[in-house]
Each structure stands twice: as structure tokens, then as C-alpha cells.
Write a protein that binds this ligand. Structure first.
Ligand SMILES: Nc1ncnc2c1ncn2[C@@H]1O[C@H](COP(=O)(O)OP(=O)(O)OP(=O)(O)O)[C@@H](O)[C@H]1O
Length: 441
């Protein structure tokens, strides 16, 4: 039963409203003035119905006092103007007098239902936010809490951010979280994977070109930097950026200017840069493959995402959340992990980090034929031995090449990607970058 406050100075209308609404199953408190309504505290009711013209006050004055309770305004003048004015001031709806009784009951029911849905949505949203504190990222471990703290501090500024971490640790998710929590959140978020664009095309893709800048450039083209105007540009795998593109990017960061390929002048741009890499940029600088001045511009604010194996209990919480998400996405009834599967999740090394976990869970959901997911369904292979010694980018690349070469004969690309804990797209990109393209057939 809903509680309604009726505010109406004409006794006949007040009694009619009370009678109709009580017969429809509501509990009604009826008063004859704005002052009496204030005393009754409109915000404690489920809905307020008020006459627009009350002695000495306008019914719309009650809207702010009633917040968050919705207010329907009754007007004797079926003029569009007074109805529109009431709605502008925050009334959820209006009803012209004389009103049809059925219409009144329907309008009240509909408004109550909408208000109820809004309350439920707000409650769900706050639950989701409690579960995913920073832009959908899960992590209670001290290492991840430190990451969230940094993300939250840096997001509202316009600082360039360098996100570091192994493949699949959530670098792109972190970049999105920065954008979403920044004043640029309504602007574009443009993602560019520098490893995926052939070296010969990347300059014009990123910075655009003028007509006739090179053979085949028959019209001018706006680059992705300009497309990110007013928003955030996320450059993934920035370590792969060729030297000429590095020089152009430096200019964007230093002067807020972009020079299209083949152009003589520069254009002003307002873009925030978030860059990411799994490589050690300092090593690249030392080898002369990455500009030192660009490196110093980028590393002002570094955020390092820890590998999953260093996040303690997060792995189980992530497994559960990813399981819930996968069931929802794949339209499966809720599934749970057996105790043994939980242990396996805790004990696995997760060289492909969150993405490997996500793949394992998704595969298990697809294959599941009961309500529980056991260890076998997760298909966890013993983690291939990690290369000895410092795991700089070179040894990781060598390891990657070795693993692909020794397993590509017997595994499909999907299976290979899963074992490496990367997406099929990443496998393809790395194959191109490392010069080990997939063999025909
Ligand atoms: N803390 C987290 N909470 C929830 N989901 C996560 C978290 N971290 C990563 N993920 C999920 O894991 C997957 C991989 O994340 P993401 O693509 O951001 O990683 P990455 O470090 O950019 O990977 P790569 O270097 O291979 O491009 C995504 O589906 C992402 O939503």
C-alpha cells in the first residue's frame, strides 16, 4: 500500500481525490494548504498530488520540499502553459481538472511504479559501484588499492599518464577509468594499438595527412590525435611507435600542436594522452629505440599494474566476478566454482594475467554441463616455466617466440592464445611484430 499526500483547498475536490485513491488501495492524507503540507513533511510520502493554486502559495513550491518524492500537479486551467511550467519546475506530471477517475488512478500507479524502478536502479548502481570501485576494476589487495588511489588522484588532472604492466593486467581498463573519472569524460576516448598499425601507416593514421602528402593521398585526412579533441587518446604499446611518429607526438605533448603529414603549418589540439606498454621503456631508450625526451614527458605520472600472481586474494574475487559476468553474457544460469577449482585458481601462476583468467572462466562456462565448475573445466595447464633471470621485454619476446614455434604445429590459434593468456588479436599482433606470422595452412 502506498502513502499519498493530497494538497487541495477545495473541499469537494479533496474528498473526491481521497475517495477515489483510497478505493484504489492507497493510504491518503489530505490537507488544505501548502503550510499544512509542509507540516506533514511531503518527503516521507510515496507521492504528492497538489493543486497548482493554493491560498497564498503555488503547489509547485512543494516540489523541492518533497524531494525525492515525486509530485503531480493538478491544474484547473487545462492550459499547456501552466502544465509546462509545472513540469519545468520538476513536477513529474500534471492532471487537468475536472479529471477522469480512471485516468487519475492510472497516472498515480504509473508514477509510483516509475519512482520505484528509479529507487531500485539507484540501489543497484551503488551496489555495482561498491563491487567495482574504479571504472569496473576489481581489486582489494593493497597493491591494487594503491593503483586505485593513484588513478583517482591523477584522473581529474590533465597530466599525461604512463600505464605499465604485463599483458592482460588491465592497462586499457585503467586508461578508460582515467578518462571516465576526468572532466573529459563526455569527450571521445580513442584507443590506438601502436603495435597493430604497420609502421608505414602509423604517422598518417595518428597525425593525419594533407592531400598529395604521399602517393595515393588524394584527399586530406584527419588523424586520430585530432579525433580525440576534447577527450583522451590512449596509445597502447607505445614502445612500438616509430621514430618519426615519436617526434610528432612529442610536439603534441610540448606545444599542444599536431602537424599533419605533408602540412607546413600546425593545428592546435586539446588532447590528454594516456600511454601504455608492457616493455621496459628505459631499456628501449638505452638502445636508442625510444626518444629520451619523449620518455621523460611520459613517465611524469606512472601507474604500474601488478601481475595477477602478486594480487593475493584478488584472483578469487576476480574469478567470481568474471564468472558472474560470463554467465550473464552467455545467457547461462548462475554457476559456482567447486572448492578444488578455487584452489586451482589460487595456485595457478596466471602468466597471461586477468585476460587468461577471463578466457579460462569463459571456456568453463561454455563447456559446463552442471551447476558447478570443476578444475578440469578450467583447463589450466601447468604454467610453462618462466624464463630465468630478469624478465625484461627481450627475454619475454624470446619466450613468446619459443612458445609459439614449439606449439603452433599441434595447437589452433585460439588454443595457442589461450595458453599464452592473450587474446587472438594480441597473438596476431605479436606474431606480426616479432616476425613470426602464422604459417599458411
Ligand atoms: N582489475 C580488473 N577487474 C576486472 N576486470 C579486469 C581487471 N583487469 C583486467 N580486467 C579485464 O581483463 C581483460 C584484459 O584487460 P586489458 O585489455 O585492459 O589488459 P591490457 O593490460 O591492456 O592487455 P594487453 O597488454 O594484452 O593489451 C579485459 O577484459 C578487462 O576487462
Amino acid at each position: 500500500m502506498s502513502t499519498l499526500l493530497v494538497v487541495e483547498d477545495e473541499a469537494i475536490t479533496r474528498d473526491t481525490l481521497t475517495g477515489v485513491l483510497e478505493r484504489a488501495g492507497h493510504r491518503v492524507t489530505a490537507v488544505d494548504s501548502a503550510e499544512a503540507a509542509r507540516t506533514a513533511d511531503p518527503s516521507t510520502f510515496d507521492l504528492v498530488l497538489t493543486d497548482l493554486r493554493l491560498p497564498g502559495a503555488a503547489g509547485t513550491d512543494l516540489i523541492a520540499i518533497a524531494e525525492p518524492t515525486p509530485v503531480i500537479v493538478l491544474t484547473s486551467y487545462a492550459s499547456v502553459r501552466s502544465a509546462v511550467d509545472s513540469m519545468k519546475q520538476g513536477a513529474v506530471d500534471y492532471l487537468a481538472k475536472p479529471f477522469d477517475h480512471d485516468e487519475l488512478v492510472l497516472l498515480v500507479d504509473r508514477t509510483l511504479r516509475t519512482a520505484d524502478l528509479e529507487r531500485q536502479n539507484a540501489a543497484l548502481k551503488s551496489q555495482v559501484e561498491a563491487h567495482y570501485p574504479v571504472g569496473g576494476m576489481i581489486g582489494e589487495s593493497p597493491a591494487m588499492q594503491a593503483v586505485f588511489d593513484r588513478l583517482q588522484r591523477v584522473a581529474p588532472t590533465s597530466a599525461t599518464v604512463l600505464v605499465l604492466g604485463e599483458s592482460g593486467t588491465g592497462k586499457e581498463l585503467a586508461a578508460r577509468a582515467i578518462h571516465d573519472a576526468s572532466p573529459r569524460k563526455d569527450g571521445p576516448f580513442i584507443t590506438v594499438n601502436c603495435a597493430a598499425i604497420p609502421a608505414g601507416l602509423i604517422e598518417s593514421e595518428l597525425f593525419g595527412h594533407e592531400k598529395g602528402a604521399f602517393t595515393g593521398a588524394d584527399r586530406q585526412h584527419r588523424g586520430l590525435v585530432e579525433a580525440a579533441e576534447g577527450g583522451t587518446l590512449f596509445l597502447d604499446e607505445i614502445g612500438e611507435l616509430p621514430a618519426e611518429a615519436q617526434a610528432r607526438l612529442l610536439r603534441v605533448l610540448q606545444a599542444g600542436e599536431v602537424r599533419r603529414v605533408g602540412a607546413t603549418g600546425a593545428r592546435h589540439v586539446d588532447v590528454r594522452l594516456v600511454a601504455a606498454t608492457h616493455r621496459d621503456l628505459r631499456t628501449l631508450v638505452a638502445k636508442g629505440d625510444f626518444r629520451e625526451d619523449l620518455y621523460y614527458r611520459l613517465q611524469v605520472m606512472e601507474i604500474r599494474l601488478p601481475p595477477l600472481r602478486e594480487r593475493g586474494g584478488d584472483v578469487e574475487a576476480l574469478a567470481e566476478a568474471l564468472l558472474e559476468r560470463a554467465c550473464h553474457r552467455l545467457n547461462r544460469p548462475p554457476l559456482a566454482l567447486t572448492e578444488a577449482a578455487r584452489r586451482a585458481v589460487r595456485e595457478h601462476d596466471w602468466p597471461g594475467n586477468v585476460r587468461e583468467l577471463e578466457n579460462a572462466i569463459e571456456r568453463a562456462v561454455i563447456l559446463a554441463d552442471s551447476e558447478a565448475i570443476d578444475t578440469a573445466a578450467l583447463g589450466l595447464e601447468p604454467t610453462p616455466a618462466r624464463p630465468e633471470g630478469p624478465t625484461d621485454d627481450l627475454s619475454l619476446d624470446e619466450y613468446f617466440i619459443h612458445f609459439v614455434r614449439s606449439h603452433e604445429g599441434e595447437l589452433t590459434e585460439t588454443e595457442l592464445a589461450r595458453r599464452l593468456g592473450v587474446s587472438r588479436k594480441t597473438l596476431w599482433e605479436r606474431r606480426q611484430r616479432l616476425g613470426i606470422p602464422r604459417r599458411p595452412g
